[in-house]
Design a protein around this ligand. Structure first.
Ligand code: NDP
Ligand code: 2IT
Length: 444
């Protein structure tokens, strides 16, 4: 049996009930076959892949907190410190009832390669909890965040592990967590990114993931002789990534006609109204159902349906496995030319394969959404230097990072004679740097 197949089999056997982690490992290792095969004997002797798929450390802890009625709740907290080969662990914290160890491991594993692709010195990690911030009062969210951080603070630090936001963790949650860290550790340091601008946050971090998706997408299209201007785009999600992807797409002259949340979706033939979206989701924390009140021409539908709308480009920005084979078939039948993953692994393995087989230009999440963590690394730099760059400075650096990133995955795909297969390109380009660093640092 080949080394790759052997390791995939072991991962599945040793980590039962973690299907998302299996999916992420399979995708990466399958892509790496040509690289591994070239060096199989050495990699096997060094147990390189076993070291890559086993987190350096995983922390699981109890998070008790008290609700507004005096009831005590207990959630589970996680931090998976996956790889510090190229820098301190870096990656977000997801707060969502679906969170479990397998989901955090898939996200942490992806993060290793994504962070490597940014070209910046950040290792891979991820964390979170099955706590659901939805419908909770600010005080309840604060109680949870403080309890969560009272344990997490033992394992993180500006030079060891720097968490950030993800689903359910935005500026409010980061603020409460930062306050508790500072109080318990007595350190005002860049231990979290996505901080508020008044206490060490970076301009453009809020916008970075969504903007970055559009910067890399624009570059990919440009290199294929396609202008993004005038294109019809379907987006899913209506959180941080979706909102700023829609904003930048609109600024670039495209028209985004859909967005969604976990209860339903919106079709707006005139293009999504970003200020309305921000007011509903960011400011009022309401459901998308409210949207037609702002835009009478728009329609709201319960359930799933964004991918049934005809578009040139699809940008999934909600959650993993939200775009299925059936959705991919519909998008292709409707003439989609490109897909960029704003979310982490939003496309199922079968749907990804279908896009690639049909020659759709497909940008995987670890490349397309890397602008968020890249800008987090820029926030770390500013914190260390005790300075603040302007919005334009950060945005320009972000744009350069995304353009360079596109060319590194394009070059890697071409080098292995798989032109336009950016799944393979991203996995190989991300892996090469990590492996080089692991090799240099010995067996640790
Ligand atoms: P937010 O919490 O801001 O928004 C998440 C959006 O997705 C909401 O519209 C939410 O709907 C919807 N959603 C979440 N879970 C589900 C689900 N199970 N089914 C249907 N809809 C769902 O998160 P972000 O925008 O930050 O994150 C979105 C994706 O992007 C995630 O995959 C995340 O890992 C990834 N990502 C985020 C980065 C960042 O910087 N924030 C960076 C790189 C990737 P509702 O409002 O109803 O909950
Ligand atoms: O998935 C991701 O890259 C993020 N949630 C952002 C991580 C970060 O550290 O900014």
């Amino acid at each position: 049996m080949s080394y790759v197949d052997e390791v995939i089999e072991t991962v599945v056997k040793e980590n039962p009930s973690e299907p998302e982690f299996h999916q992420a490992v399979k995708e990466v290792l399958e892509s790496l076959r040509p690289v591994i095969e070239k060096n199989e004997a050495k990699f096997r002797r060094d147990a390189l892949l076993e070291r890559l798929v086993n987190p350096e450390r995983q922390i699981k802890f109890r998070v008790p907190w008290i609700d507004d009625n005096g009831q005590v709740h207990v959630n589970t907290g996680y931090r998976v410190q996956f790889s510090s080969a190229i820098g301190p662990y870096k990656g977000g914290l997801r707060l969502h009832p679906s969170v479990n160890l397998g989901i955090i491991k898939f996200l942490g594993f992806e993060q290793i390669f994504k962070n490597s692709l940014t070209g910046l010195p950040i290792g891979g990690g991820k964390g979170g909890s099955d706590f659901d911030p939805k419908g909770k009062s600010d005080r309840e969210v604060m109680a949870f965040c403080q309890s969560f951080m009272s344990e997490l603070c033992k394992y993180i630090g500006a030079d060891t592990d720097v968490p950030a936001g993800d689903i359910g963790t935005g500026a409010r949650e980061i603020g409460y967590m930062f306050g508790e860290y500072k109080k318990l550790r007595g350190l005002f340091e860049g231990v979290l990114t996505g901080k508020g601008l008044s206490y060490g946050g970076s301009l453009a971090r809020t916008e970075a993931t969504g903007y970055g998706v559009l910067y890399i997408l624009e570059e990919m299209l440009k290199c294929h002789g396609i202008d993004i201007k005038g294109k019809i785009i379907t987006v899913s999600g209506s959180g941080n990534v979706a909102t700023y992807a829609i904003e930048k797409a609109t600024q670039l002259g495209a028209k985004v006609v859909t967005c969604s949340d976990s209860t339903g979706w919106v079709y707006d033939p005139d293009g999504i109204d970003v200020p309305a979206l921000k007011e509903i989701k960011e400011k009022n924390r309401q459901r998308l159902r409210e949207y037609p009140k702002y835009r009478p021409n728009a329609k709201y539908f319960d359930g799933k349906g964004v991918w049934t709308v005809k578009s040139d480009i699809a940008i999934p920005c909600a959650t993993q496995n939200e775009l299925t084979l059936e959705d991919a078939k519909m998008l292709v039948a409707n003439g989609v030319i490109a897909v960029a993953e704003g979310a982490n692994m939003p496309t199922t393995a079968e749907a990804t394969e279908y896009f690639l087989d049909n020659k759709i230009l497909f940008l995987p999440g670890k490349a397309a959404n890397a602008g968020g963590v890249a800008t987090s690394a820029l926030e770390m730099s500013q914190d260390s230097e005790r300075i603040k760059w302007s919005f334009e400075e950060v945005d320009t650096k972000l744009k350069h990072i995304m353009i360079n990133l596109y060319h590194s995955i394009d070059d890697a795909a071409k080098k292995y004679e798989m032109q336009d297969n950016f799944v393979v390109g991203a996995n190989i380009a991300g892996f090469e740097k990590v492996v080089d660093a692991m090799d240099a640092q010995g067996i640790v």
